[in-house]
Design a protein around this ligand. Structure first.
Ligand code: FAD
Ligand code: DHB
Length: 401
C-alpha cells in the first residue's frame, strides 16, 4: 500500500536548483515536496562550486537565506587574468556598474537552504529510491518513490526536474522531441583545498604554456587551487610536491607574490563538458540546472545557471497560481535557453582561451594570447567580461523569449 498525498509542485533533487526553487516557491505561498536520493549529510558535504554571481547573492539575501553568506562569504571586487608572465586586473565594481561576485562554497548554500526548509517544516524526503514520474501530459501528474516509511505517491500540478546531470527527469522527454548539444574537452582540472592563505584576495585565471591554473579561496586561510591536467589523471598522479611545483610555475607573474605552500586537505579531479538539452520542458515537467545543461567550470557558472533557471520558473509558477496565467510557463524553456546559451558562449570562450589543447599548434597559441590581450585591454571587452562574470540579469531574457 502506498501513502498518497498531494502538493502543487513536486521537486526531484535537493541540489542548489531544487532547494532554491522550494525556498522561492515557499515565499510565494506555493506548496512543494522535495524528493532526494541521497541523505542530508551527503548533500551538505558535497564539495563543488564556489563563486556566486551578484544575481545569485541578491536572490539569497532578498529571499531571507543570505545572512551567513554576507558574514562568512568573501566579496571579490577584482579578477586577475595572467598570461605571458604578466598580471591584468579587472575591477568588477567599476566595469559592471557596481556588481561583484562572492566566494561562498556551494555546500554552504545547500546547508543554508536545507536549514530554512526544515525550519518551516516543508516536506522533504531524503534517501528516496525508485523515483518515478507519471502522467506528464495530463493536468495531474504524479511522482512515486520508496522512502524510510514505505512507498509514496504524490499527486501534483507540476514536476520540477532538478535532479542533476545523471537524474531521471530529462529522460522523460521523448527522444523525438529532445535535442542534445554537447562537447567534451580533452583535459580536466586537478583541484586542491590547501590550509594556507591565498597569495592575494582575488580569483586568478592563469594561461601558461604548461596549462591553465586557477586561484580561488574558501576563507582568509584556505586556498582553493586548480591546475589543468590530462583527463586520464587521478589524484594518485598528483603527489603534493608535484602539485605545488606545477601550480607555482603556472600562476607566477612579474611583481606578484608567490603562493606559499601548505598542507593539502583535499584533492579531486573534475572532467569538463558543455551540454544543453532542448527543450527544458515537456507537458507538466520543467527542468532546471544540471539536469538540462552543463558548462565547463571556467567562468564558474554551473550553480549560478541553476539559480537563474529557478528564478525564472518561480516567476512563471507564481503567475500561474496568482492569476491563472500560463503564458510564462509556456515560455519557460525559451526564456531559460536564451540565457543558457549566453552563459555557454562565455564559459566556452574562456575555456577555449585559457587552456592548452593537445592538438593546438603555435598559431592557435598566438590566437589565444591575442584574445586574452583583447579581453584585458579593450574597454568594451573588459566591460563585457565583467558583465558576464558577475552574471547577466535574469530580467534581460524575458523580452527575448
Ligand atoms: P546537483 O547539484 O547535481 O543536484 C541534483 C540533486 O538531485 C542531487 O542532490 C542528486 O543526488 C539528486 N538526484 C539525482 N537523481 C535523483 C533521482 N533520481 N531522484 C531524486 N534525487 C536525485 N560549477 C562551477 O561553477 N564551479 C565549479 O568549480 C564547479 N565544480 C564542480 C565540481 C563537480 C565535481 C561537479 C559535479 C560540479 C561542479 N560544478 C561547478 C557545477 C555545479 O556544482 C552544478 O552546476 C550545480 O551543482 C548544479 O545544481 P543542480 O541543483 O542543478 O544539480
Ligand atoms: C572556483 C571554481 C571555478 O570553476 C571557477 O571558475 C572559479 C572559482 C572555486 O571553486 O572557487
Amino acid at each position: 500500500m502506498s501513502t498518497k498525498t498531494k502538493t502543487q509542485v513536486a521537486i526531484i533533487g535537493a541540489g542548489p536548483a531544487g532547494l532554491m526553487l522550494g525556498h522561492l516557491l515557499h515565499n510565494a505561498g506555493i506548496d512543494t515536496v522535495i524528493v532526494e536520493k541521497k541523505n542530508r549529510q551527503y548533500i551538505e558535504e558535497r564539495i563543488r562550486a564556489g563563486v556566486l554571481e551578484q544575481g545569485t547573492v541578491n536572490a539569497m539575501v532578498d529571499s531571507g537565506v543570505g545572512d551567513r553568506l554576507l558574514t562568512e562569504g568573501l566579496e571579490n571586487e577584482n579578477i586577475d587574468i595572467r598570461f605571458s608572465g604578466t598580471s591584468h586586473r579587472l575591477n568588477f565594481r567599476e566595469l559592471a556598474g557596481g556588481r561583484t561576485v562572492w566566494v561562498y562554497a556551494q555546500h554552504e548554500v545547500v546547508k543554508d537552504l536545507v536549514a530554512a526548509r526544515l525550519g518551516y517544516d516543508a516536506p522533504t524526503f531524503f534517501e528516496a529510491t525508485g523515483v518515478g514520474i507519471h502522467g506528464l501530459q495530463s493536468d495531474s501528474p504524479s511522482i512515486s518513490f520508496s522512502g524510510e516509511a514505505g512507498d509514496h505517491v504524490i499527486d501534483c500540478d507540476f514536476v520540477a526536474g532538478c535532479d542533476g546531470f545523471h537524474g531521471i527527469s530529462r529522460g522523460m522527454i521523448p527522444e523525438d522531441i529532445l535535442r542534445i548539444y554537447d562537447r567534451e574537452y580533452p583535459f580536466a582540472w586537478m583541484g586542491v583545498l590547501a590550509e594556507v592563505p591565498p597569495a592575494s584576495n582575488e580569483i586568478i585565471y592563469a594561461y601558461h604554456e604548461r596549462g591553465f591554473a586557477l586561484q580561488s579561496m574558501r576563507g582568509h586561510d584556505l586556498s582553493r587551487l586548480y591546475v589543468q591536467c590530462p583527463v586520464t589523471d587521478t589524484v594518485d598522479d598528483w603527489p603534493d610536491e608535484r602539485f605545488w611545483s606545477e601550480y607555482r610555475a603556472r600562476i607566477a607573474a612579474r611583481d606578484s607574490a608567490l603562493q606559499r605552500e601548505g598542507p593539502i586537505l583535499q584533492k579531486g579531479v573534475t572532467g569538463m563538458r558543455s551540454f544543453v538539452c532542448e527543450p527544458m520542458q515537456y507537458g507538466r515537467l520543467l527542468l532546471a540546472g544540471d539536469s538540462a545543461h552543463i558548462v565547463p567550470p571556467t567562468g564558474a557558472k554551473g550553480l549560478n545557471m541553476a539559480i537563474g533557471d529557478v528564478q525564472i520558473m518561480t516567476r512563471a509558477l507564481a503567475a500561474y497560481y496568482r492569476a491563472n496565467d500560463g503564458e510564462l510557463i509556456e515560455k519557460y524553456s525559451d526564456t531559460c535557453l536564451n540565457r543558457v546559451w549566453q552563459v555557454q558562449r562565455f564559459a566556452s570562450m574562456l575555456c577555449y582561451n585559457l587552456h592548452r589543447f593537445p592538438e593546438h599548434n603555435q598559431f592557435e597559441h598566438k590566437m589565444q594570447v591575442a584574445e586574452l590581450n583583447n579581453i584585458t585591454h579593450s574597454r568594451q571587452m573588459m566591460r563585457s567580461f565583467a558583465e558576464n562574470f558577475t552574471g547577466l540579469p535574469v530580467e534581460l531574457f524575458y523580452d527575448l523569449a
